[in-house]
Design a binder for this molecule. Structure first.
Ligand code: UDP
Length: 329
């Protein structure tokens, strides 16, 4: 049985569905601070609680035969992390320490951890690989890098097998339109463009147009949530079978799109025209982040299937069908 912490969130809820579809039994632990109980597949056991609460974790480890943990529970907004760094160090770093302590106590030895390309900061390379220096430029990135180090040290000292996945920009929704993205507030680019194209805002704000990129707007590497979750399934299977372990992998599409290019793609997919408002750069935003995902392809056999267009199409279907997110389901 797999414990998914943060399994009611956007990425976690997609993972839960996929694990269940792969015949894994699942317990979800989520404090619902940003997640939605409606997003949790009914086939999973759901516990509301916080990873910092040792009693909640003890209860789960004592009552269910947990053989591995996938850890998604984190705060993940760059801007918020600059305004409220302690929240990030407490929830992300202290939360993970609490989880690791309890895993040790209950001899649970397999961990998949969600990390981020924010650990690289603002690297001056065309494609980022896992050897690119890690120099975070915001507390969110710092918090994730600290956790990576803690996991590595923990694994050397105790029995822990881990795979750390560094996500690039995740987008899209389940192809069966069962679940999707529902953040409050929504800060991510693709949902904000689609909200605007649905008529929910007067314009799409573009933060910064004088970056050193093709058209001056930030370049990111977007990856479909389903592709990202497939990397987790391969990582988990690898740990379960005793194959590849104690590794860090980038997970991205190896293709960069500027903010303007993403807006244009959204216009093409939806057939609607966007009104753009340019504003100052957002604090803590690097200019360009593009992944090399060669290592995960080679070692876990992972390959992304979906294009930016399909990310936008699936997200558009989800937002058009459930414009108020889970509230109206
Ligand atoms: N962005 C933007 N307008 C928005 C949201 C985001 O211009 O309403 C830009 C943001 O500055 C960044 C890129 O889009 O360069 C991706 O931002 P997002 O928040 O989606 O992901 P991040 O890369 O910060 O994790």
């Amino acid at each position: 049985m797999i414990l998914v912490v943060g399994g009611a969130g956007y990425i976690g809820s997609h993972a839960v569905k996929c694990l269940l579809d792969h015949n894994q039994d699942v317990v979800v632990l989520d404090n619902l601070s940003t997640g939605h109980s409606e997003a949790v597949d009914k086939r999973a056991i759901f516990k509301k609680g916080d990873i910092k609460d040792a009693n909640v974790l003890t209860n789960i480890f004592e009552n269910y035969p947990i053989s591995g943990v996938i850890h998604f529970a984190a705060n993940c907004y760059v801007g918020e992390s600059i305004m409220e760094p302690l929240k990030y160090y407490e929830n992300n770093v202290a939360g993970t320490i609490s989880l690791l302590k309890l895993m040790k106590m209950h001899q649970v030895t397999n961990l998949i951890f969600s990390s981020t390309c924010a650990v690289y900061g603002n690297p001056d390379v065309e494609k980022i690989n896992e050897s690119t220096p890690t120099v975070p430029i915001n507390p969110y990135g710092h918090s994730k890098l600290m956790i990576e180090q803690i996991i590595k040290d923990f694994s050397i000292a105790y029995r822990l097998n881990y795979i750390i996945l560094r996500y690039f920009n995740v987008a899209g929704a389940d192809h069966l339109e069962r679940i999707g993205e529902d953040h409050h507030p929504e800060t991510h680019l693709i949902p904000n463009i689609l909200f605007h194209l649905l008529g929910r805002s007067e314009h799409i704000t573009v933060f910064g147009d004088n970056y050193d990129t093709v058209d001056g707007t930030c370049v990111r590497d977007y990856i479909h949530v389903t592709d990202l979750i497939n990397a987790h399934i391969l990582a988990l299977e690898s740990l379960q079978q005793g194959n590849v372990k104690n590794k860090i992998y980038n997970v991205g599409n190896e293709q960069g799109y500027s903010v303007k290019e993403v807006i244009q793609k959204c216009e093409e997919v939806t057939g609607k025209k966007a009104t753009i408002l340019y504003k100052e750069k957002r604090k803590g935003d690097p200019g360009k982040l593009i992944s090399s995902s060669e290592k995960v392809s080679k070692e876990l056999g992972w390959k992304p299937k979906y294009s930016l267009e399909e990310m936008i199409e699936t997200a558009w279907k989800w937002f058009s069908r459930f414009p108020n997110g889970y509230k109206k389901i």
